[in-house]
Design a protein around this ligand. Structure first.
Ligand SMILES: Nc1ncnc2c1ncn2[C@@H]1O[C@H](COP(=O)(O)OP(=O)(O)OP(=O)(O)O)[C@@H](O)[C@H]1O
Ligand SMILES: [Mg+2]
Length: 265
């Protein structure tokens, strides 16, 4: 892959293109993903929704190159990850920032050390002071004040841990930010805070792409530009939030009505 080719593909309208993606964990008896076709538009917030166990996290791991497909194409920023060697993937992942459900901070590192970690690993050209300065800027961007920088994850609140995880994910200025269930298990106030943080982070990073895997329909409709619903190993529906609200598909209705009802009680 030449440099120019990468540059060209980055200006394409899709950040991620997936076609014919199949994934089986049992040698082909059962397919968790069974022919997924989807495009994730560049510079937008795309929400991936669906009932529990439909393969949302498995799909996200394919987008990160953390899982290899049984078959199919996964093009991220124009490059097919399914054929990439582990060494190339490591380098490629610098373009992708990820925030997992339980923040997944390193327990023995302070907040700022967590945010410095990707820079120390991947930016050997930077001095320690430069790494600290970039990490502290990302911490502030994520809403963590300097007085919290030296706290260990065990000394932080749930909201602070989310912010530190976000700062770490943003450290390398990724082209694409991926969030897997960023608000599952949080109380309503923290849920709204994290949704707002995803939204403000997206709009402070002009031209970058966000992908959010979520159970939370309310968030999907509030912050998503584009929504993709997975079901039964494939894409059941994709479109704008309003397309989902007006959909007559019984499964979409079931998901939408249940999600909205839950939020209202
Ligand atoms: N490493 C693995 N080995 C075997 N099966 C797996 C593996 N990872 C996921 N699965 C299976 O794939 C299916 C989809 O799992 P996945 O975690 O992607 O669901 P999900 O849509 O993210 O669900 P949730 O909304 O509960 O997070 C499940 O049946 C799960 O057991
Ligand atoms: Mg999941």
């Amino acid at each position: 892959m030449t440099r120019d080719k990468v540059k060209n593909t980055i200006t394409d309208k899709n950040a991620i293109e997936i076609s014919g993606l199949k994934k089986s964990f049992d040698g082909g008896k059962d397919f968790v993903l069974n022919g997924v076709e989807l495009n994730i538009p560049k510079s937008k917030i795309t929400m991936i929704i669906g009932f529990s166990g439909t393969g949302k996290s498995v799909l996200m791991k394919h987008m990160l190159g953390l899982m290899k497909p049984t078959s199919g194409l996964i093009k991220v920023l124009g490059t097919d990850l399914s054929q990439m060697s582990e060494r190339k993937l490591m380098k490629f992942r610098m373009k992708l920032g990820v925030m997992f459900q339980y923040s997944a901070l390193f327990d023995d590192m302070t907040a700022i050390e967590n945010a410095m970690f990707p820079l120390i690993e991947h930016r050997k050209d930077l001095t320690h002071d430069e790494v600290y300065s970039i990490a502290s800027e990302k911490m502030k961007q994520s809403g963590l004040e300097p007085k919290h920088f030296d706290k260990l994850p065990s000394q932080m609140s749930g909201g602070m841990r989310k912010r530190a995880a976000l700062a770490r994910a943003l450290a390398l200025d990724p082209e694409i930010m991926l969030y897997d269930e960023p608000t599952t298990g949080l109380d309503p106030i923290l849920t709204e805070m994290v949704d707002d943080l995803i939204y403000s982070t997206h709009y402070s990073r002009s031209g970058k792409t966000s992908v959010v895997v979520s159970h939370d329909l309310h968030a999907a409709f509030r912050i998503g530009d584009y929504v993709i619903m997975l079901n039964n190993g494939g894409v059941l529906m994709d479109g704008k939030p309003e397309d989902f609200i007006s959909s007559k598909d019984p499964l979409v209705r079931k998901f939408v009505d249940t999600g909205i009802r839950k939020k209202d009680v």
